[in-house]
Design a binder for this molecule. Structure first.
Ligand SMILES: Nc1ncnc2c1ncn2[C@@H]1O[C@H](COP(=O)(O)OP(=O)(O)OP(=O)(O)O)[C@@H](O)[C@H]1O
Ligand SMILES: [Mg+2]
Length: 268
Protein backbone atom coordinates (compact mmCIF):
# COMPACT_ATOMS: atom_id res chain seq x y z
CA UNK A 1 0.00 0.00 0.00
CA UNK A 2 1.31 3.44 -0.95
CA UNK A 3 0.57 6.32 1.38
CA UNK A 4 0.80 9.72 -0.26
CA UNK A 5 0.70 13.04 1.56
CA UNK A 6 -0.50 15.86 -0.66
CA UNK A 7 1.11 18.93 0.86
CA UNK A 8 2.27 22.43 0.09
CA UNK A 9 3.70 25.34 2.01
CA UNK A 10 1.15 27.75 0.62
CA UNK A 11 -2.60 27.64 1.18
CA UNK A 12 -5.16 27.65 -1.59
CA UNK A 13 -2.80 26.26 -4.24
CA UNK A 14 -5.00 23.28 -5.08
CA UNK A 15 -4.03 20.45 -2.68
CA UNK A 16 -7.58 19.31 -2.05
CA UNK A 17 -8.45 19.63 -5.73
CA UNK A 18 -5.40 17.58 -6.66
CA UNK A 19 -5.99 14.89 -4.01
CA UNK A 20 -9.66 14.45 -4.84
CA UNK A 21 -9.45 14.52 -8.62
CA UNK A 22 -6.37 12.32 -8.78
CA UNK A 23 -8.00 9.87 -6.35
CA UNK A 24 -11.10 9.79 -8.53
CA UNK A 25 -9.08 9.24 -11.72
CA UNK A 26 -7.03 6.45 -10.12
CA UNK A 27 -10.12 4.73 -8.72
CA UNK A 28 -11.64 4.80 -12.20
CA UNK A 29 -8.51 3.06 -13.45
CA UNK A 30 -9.22 0.23 -11.06
CA UNK A 31 -7.16 1.06 -7.99
CA UNK A 32 -8.58 0.87 -4.48
CA UNK A 33 -8.20 4.41 -3.20
CA UNK A 34 -8.85 6.12 0.13
CA UNK A 35 -8.67 9.87 0.70
CA UNK A 36 -8.11 10.86 4.33
CA UNK A 37 -8.95 14.45 5.14
CA UNK A 38 -6.61 15.76 7.85
CA UNK A 39 -7.56 19.41 7.51
CA UNK A 40 -9.56 20.50 10.59
CA UNK A 41 -11.36 22.88 8.26
CA UNK A 42 -12.71 19.78 6.57
CA UNK A 43 -11.46 20.50 3.08
CA UNK A 44 -12.57 17.26 1.43
CA UNK A 45 -15.83 17.02 3.32
CA UNK A 46 -16.68 20.64 2.72
CA UNK A 47 -16.02 20.43 -0.96
CA UNK A 48 -18.13 17.29 -1.41
CA UNK A 49 -21.18 17.58 0.80
CA UNK A 50 -22.47 19.24 3.92
CA UNK A 51 -23.34 15.77 5.24
CA UNK A 52 -19.68 14.76 5.11
CA UNK A 53 -18.62 18.01 6.76
CA UNK A 54 -20.81 17.16 9.77
CA UNK A 55 -19.83 13.47 9.87
CA UNK A 56 -17.51 11.82 12.40
CA UNK A 57 -14.12 10.81 11.07
CA UNK A 58 -10.40 10.97 11.75
CA UNK A 59 -10.76 13.11 14.90
CA UNK A 60 -13.11 10.56 16.49
CA UNK A 61 -10.87 7.63 15.49
CA UNK A 62 -7.66 9.08 16.95
CA UNK A 63 -9.46 9.89 20.19
CA UNK A 64 -10.93 6.36 20.21
CA UNK A 65 -14.53 7.51 20.21
CA UNK A 66 -15.25 5.67 16.97
CA UNK A 67 -13.81 2.64 15.21
CA UNK A 68 -12.25 3.24 11.80
CA UNK A 69 -14.81 0.92 10.24
CA UNK A 70 -17.71 3.11 11.39
CA UNK A 71 -16.43 6.31 9.84
CA UNK A 72 -15.12 5.19 6.44
CA UNK A 73 -17.39 6.52 3.71
CA UNK A 74 -17.87 4.60 0.49
CA UNK A 75 -18.71 6.49 -2.67
CA UNK A 76 -20.68 5.78 -5.81
CA UNK A 77 -17.40 4.77 -7.42
CA UNK A 78 -16.63 1.31 -5.99
CA UNK A 79 -12.86 1.85 -5.72
CA UNK A 80 -13.04 5.22 -3.95
CA UNK A 81 -13.53 5.68 -0.21
CA UNK A 82 -13.20 8.71 2.02
CA UNK A 83 -12.33 9.32 5.64
CA UNK A 84 -13.66 12.74 6.64
CA UNK A 85 -11.71 14.72 9.22
CA UNK A 86 -14.54 14.59 11.74
CA UNK A 87 -15.40 17.23 14.26
CA UNK A 88 -12.51 19.30 15.56
CA UNK A 89 -13.72 22.30 17.58
CA UNK A 90 -11.94 25.45 16.31
CA UNK A 91 -10.35 26.01 19.73
CA UNK A 92 -8.81 22.49 19.59
CA UNK A 93 -7.24 22.76 16.15
CA UNK A 94 -3.81 23.39 17.58
CA UNK A 95 -4.04 20.47 20.00
CA UNK A 96 -5.22 18.17 17.20
CA UNK A 97 -2.16 19.20 15.17
CA UNK A 98 0.27 18.68 18.05
CA UNK A 99 -1.24 15.28 18.79
CA UNK A 100 -0.83 14.11 15.18
CA UNK A 101 2.60 15.67 14.56
CA UNK A 102 4.77 12.72 15.59
CA UNK A 103 2.96 10.51 13.07
CA UNK A 104 2.17 7.68 15.49
CA UNK A 105 -1.61 8.06 15.52
CA UNK A 106 -1.76 8.28 11.73
CA UNK A 107 0.62 5.35 11.33
CA UNK A 108 -1.71 3.22 13.48
CA UNK A 109 -4.54 4.05 11.11
CA UNK A 110 -2.39 3.28 8.07
CA UNK A 111 -1.43 -0.09 9.61
CA UNK A 112 -5.08 -0.91 10.18
CA UNK A 113 -5.84 -0.13 6.52
CA UNK A 114 -2.97 -2.17 5.07
CA UNK A 115 -4.06 -4.55 2.35
CA UNK A 116 -7.46 -2.95 1.89
CA UNK A 117 -6.34 -0.10 -0.34
CA UNK A 118 -3.70 0.34 -3.03
CA UNK A 119 -3.20 4.02 -2.32
CA UNK A 120 -4.13 6.22 0.62
CA UNK A 121 -3.98 9.97 0.06
CA UNK A 122 -3.68 12.38 2.99
CA UNK A 123 -5.11 15.78 2.12
CA UNK A 124 -3.43 18.23 4.50
CA UNK A 125 -3.74 21.81 5.70
CA UNK A 126 -1.13 24.20 4.27
CA UNK A 127 2.36 24.45 5.78
CA UNK A 128 4.73 21.76 6.94
CA UNK A 129 4.01 21.66 10.66
CA UNK A 130 1.71 19.70 12.96
CA UNK A 131 -0.78 17.59 11.07
CA UNK A 132 1.08 17.75 7.77
CA UNK A 133 4.31 16.63 9.40
CA UNK A 134 2.44 13.76 11.08
CA UNK A 135 0.91 12.74 7.76
CA UNK A 136 4.33 12.79 6.09
CA UNK A 137 5.74 10.65 8.90
CA UNK A 138 3.05 8.06 8.23
CA UNK A 139 3.54 8.19 4.45
CA UNK A 140 5.68 6.55 1.81
CA UNK A 141 5.45 9.47 -0.63
CA UNK A 142 4.82 13.20 -0.85
CA UNK A 143 3.12 14.86 -3.81
CA UNK A 144 3.02 18.62 -3.97
CA UNK A 145 1.05 21.00 -6.16
CA UNK A 146 3.03 24.02 -7.27
CA UNK A 147 1.32 27.07 -8.59
CA UNK A 148 3.00 28.40 -11.70
CA UNK A 149 3.84 31.81 -10.29
CA UNK A 150 7.17 33.50 -9.61
CA UNK A 151 7.30 32.91 -5.83
CA UNK A 152 6.63 29.18 -6.21
CA UNK A 153 10.28 28.23 -6.36
CA UNK A 154 10.98 29.70 -2.91
CA UNK A 155 8.42 27.58 -1.06
CA UNK A 156 9.81 24.52 -2.82
CA UNK A 157 13.09 24.85 -0.97
CA UNK A 158 11.15 24.36 2.27
CA UNK A 159 9.47 21.23 0.94
CA UNK A 160 12.79 19.72 -0.09
CA UNK A 161 14.25 20.57 3.33
CA UNK A 162 11.36 18.97 5.23
CA UNK A 163 11.52 15.77 3.18
CA UNK A 164 15.30 15.70 3.66
CA UNK A 165 14.96 16.17 7.45
CA UNK A 166 12.38 13.35 7.70
CA UNK A 167 14.65 11.03 5.72
CA UNK A 168 17.44 11.91 8.14
CA UNK A 169 15.13 10.63 10.90
CA UNK A 170 15.29 7.28 9.11
CA UNK A 171 11.92 7.46 7.37
CA UNK A 172 11.61 6.01 3.88
CA UNK A 173 9.81 8.99 2.47
CA UNK A 174 10.05 9.71 -1.25
CA UNK A 175 9.12 12.82 -3.12
CA UNK A 176 6.77 11.42 -5.77
CA UNK A 177 6.91 14.73 -7.56
CA UNK A 178 5.70 18.26 -7.99
CA UNK A 179 2.61 18.94 -10.05
CA UNK A 180 2.35 22.27 -11.80
CA UNK A 181 -1.18 23.51 -11.23
CA UNK A 182 -3.27 26.49 -12.27
CA UNK A 183 -1.05 26.85 -15.32
CA UNK A 184 -2.21 29.64 -17.60
CA UNK A 185 -1.22 28.43 -21.01
CA UNK A 186 -1.81 31.79 -22.64
CA UNK A 187 0.31 33.74 -20.14
CA UNK A 188 4.01 33.88 -20.75
CA UNK A 189 4.78 34.56 -17.03
CA UNK A 190 3.03 31.33 -16.07
CA UNK A 191 4.78 29.35 -18.79
CA UNK A 192 8.08 30.99 -17.85
CA UNK A 193 7.81 29.70 -14.27
CA UNK A 194 6.94 26.24 -15.54
CA UNK A 195 9.97 26.29 -17.81
CA UNK A 196 12.23 27.49 -15.02
CA UNK A 197 11.04 24.77 -12.63
CA UNK A 198 11.60 22.06 -15.22
CA UNK A 199 15.07 23.47 -15.84
CA UNK A 200 15.98 23.60 -12.14
CA UNK A 201 14.28 20.47 -10.87
CA UNK A 202 14.17 18.21 -13.92
CA UNK A 203 12.36 14.93 -13.31
CA UNK A 204 11.07 16.04 -9.93
CA UNK A 205 8.40 18.01 -11.80
CA UNK A 206 5.81 15.75 -13.40
CA UNK A 207 5.15 16.16 -17.10
CA UNK A 208 1.41 16.47 -16.67
CA UNK A 209 0.29 19.98 -15.78
CA UNK A 210 -3.12 21.08 -14.56
CA UNK A 211 -4.39 24.22 -16.29
CA UNK A 212 -6.28 26.97 -14.56
CA UNK A 213 -9.85 26.18 -15.56
CA UNK A 214 -13.21 27.45 -14.48
CA UNK A 215 -14.45 23.83 -14.40
CA UNK A 216 -12.75 23.44 -10.99
CA UNK A 217 -14.92 26.18 -9.55
CA UNK A 218 -18.02 24.57 -11.07
CA UNK A 219 -16.92 21.23 -9.61
CA UNK A 220 -16.35 22.77 -6.16
CA UNK A 221 -19.75 24.42 -6.30
CA UNK A 222 -21.39 21.13 -7.33
CA UNK A 223 -19.39 19.15 -4.74
CA UNK A 224 -17.92 16.66 -7.23
CA UNK A 225 -14.60 15.85 -8.87
CA UNK A 226 -14.33 17.43 -12.36
CA UNK A 227 -14.70 13.95 -13.86
CA UNK A 228 -18.23 13.83 -12.48
CA UNK A 229 -19.40 17.21 -13.71
CA UNK A 230 -21.60 15.53 -16.28
CA UNK A 231 -21.95 12.51 -18.52
CA UNK A 232 -19.37 14.12 -20.80
CA UNK A 233 -16.91 15.70 -18.37
CA UNK A 234 -14.94 18.80 -19.41
CA UNK A 235 -11.61 18.43 -21.18
CA UNK A 236 -9.65 19.21 -18.03
CA UNK A 237 -10.87 15.95 -16.45
CA UNK A 238 -8.72 14.07 -18.93
CA UNK A 239 -5.57 15.74 -17.56
CA UNK A 240 -6.21 13.82 -14.34
CA UNK A 241 -6.36 10.55 -16.27
CA UNK A 242 -2.96 11.45 -17.68
CA UNK A 243 -1.70 12.47 -14.25
CA UNK A 244 -2.98 9.20 -12.78
CA UNK A 245 -0.92 7.23 -15.30
CA UNK A 246 2.17 9.25 -14.45
CA UNK A 247 1.66 9.00 -10.68
CA UNK A 248 1.18 5.21 -10.93
CA UNK A 249 4.69 5.09 -12.39
CA UNK A 250 6.09 7.33 -9.65
CA UNK A 251 4.53 5.11 -6.99
CA UNK A 252 5.76 1.95 -8.75
CA UNK A 253 2.25 0.54 -8.68
CA UNK A 254 2.06 -2.73 -10.56
CA UNK A 255 -0.82 -5.11 -10.53
CA UNK A 256 -0.06 -8.81 -10.73
CA UNK A 257 -2.72 -9.23 -13.41
CA UNK A 258 -1.06 -6.47 -15.48
CA UNK A 259 2.16 -8.43 -15.96
CA UNK A 260 0.85 -10.16 -19.06
CA UNK A 261 -0.97 -7.05 -20.22
CA UNK A 262 -0.74 -6.10 -23.88
CA UNK A 263 -2.74 -4.96 -26.89
CA UNK A 264 -6.40 -5.95 -26.74
CA UNK A 265 -7.79 -6.91 -30.19
CA UNK A 266 -10.46 -4.48 -31.32
CA UNK A 267 -12.15 -7.14 -33.48
CA UNK A 268 -12.02 -10.85 -32.65
N1 LIG B 1 -6.51 24.27 -11.71
C1 LIG B 1 -7.42 25.09 -11.16
N2 LIG B 1 -8.05 26.04 -11.90
C2 LIG B 1 -8.96 26.87 -11.34
N3 LIG B 1 -9.32 26.84 -10.05
C3 LIG B 1 -8.73 25.92 -9.26
C4 LIG B 1 -7.76 24.99 -9.75
N4 LIG B 1 -7.36 24.19 -8.72
C5 LIG B 1 -8.07 24.61 -7.65
N5 LIG B 1 -8.88 25.63 -7.96
C6 LIG B 1 -9.78 26.36 -7.06
O1 LIG B 1 -8.96 27.08 -6.15
C7 LIG B 1 -9.50 27.05 -4.85
C8 LIG B 1 -8.48 26.46 -3.88
O2 LIG B 1 -8.24 25.11 -4.23
P1 LIG B 1 -8.05 23.99 -3.11
O3 LIG B 1 -9.12 24.09 -2.08
O4 LIG B 1 -7.88 22.70 -3.83
O5 LIG B 1 -6.67 24.47 -2.49
P2 LIG B 1 -5.95 23.94 -1.16
O6 LIG B 1 -4.48 24.03 -1.41
O7 LIG B 1 -6.50 22.63 -0.78
O8 LIG B 1 -6.41 25.04 -0.12
P3 LIG B 1 -6.16 25.00 1.48
O9 LIG B 1 -4.72 25.37 1.69
O10 LIG B 1 -7.12 26.04 1.98
O11 LIG B 1 -6.48 23.60 1.93
C9 LIG B 1 -10.79 26.23 -4.96
O12 LIG B 1 -11.88 27.12 -5.11
C10 LIG B 1 -10.62 25.41 -6.22
O13 LIG B 1 -11.85 25.13 -6.84
MG1 LIG C 1 -7.33 21.99 1.04
Amino acid sequence: MRVVTVASQKGGVGKTTLALNLAHAMARRGWRILVIDTDPQGAVGLSLSSKLAAAPGLAEVVTERRALEEVLVTTRLPGLSLLPVGQVPPQDTHGFGSYLADGRALRRIVDELAGRFDVVFFDTPSGFQGITLGAMRASTHVLSPVQAEPIAARSLTQLLEVVGALRDEGLHLELAGLVLVMLQMRQSASLGVADELWGQLGDLVLQTTIPRDVAFLDASAAGVPVGLLGRRPPLVASTFDQLATEVEGRLSLNRVEDRDDGPIPLVD
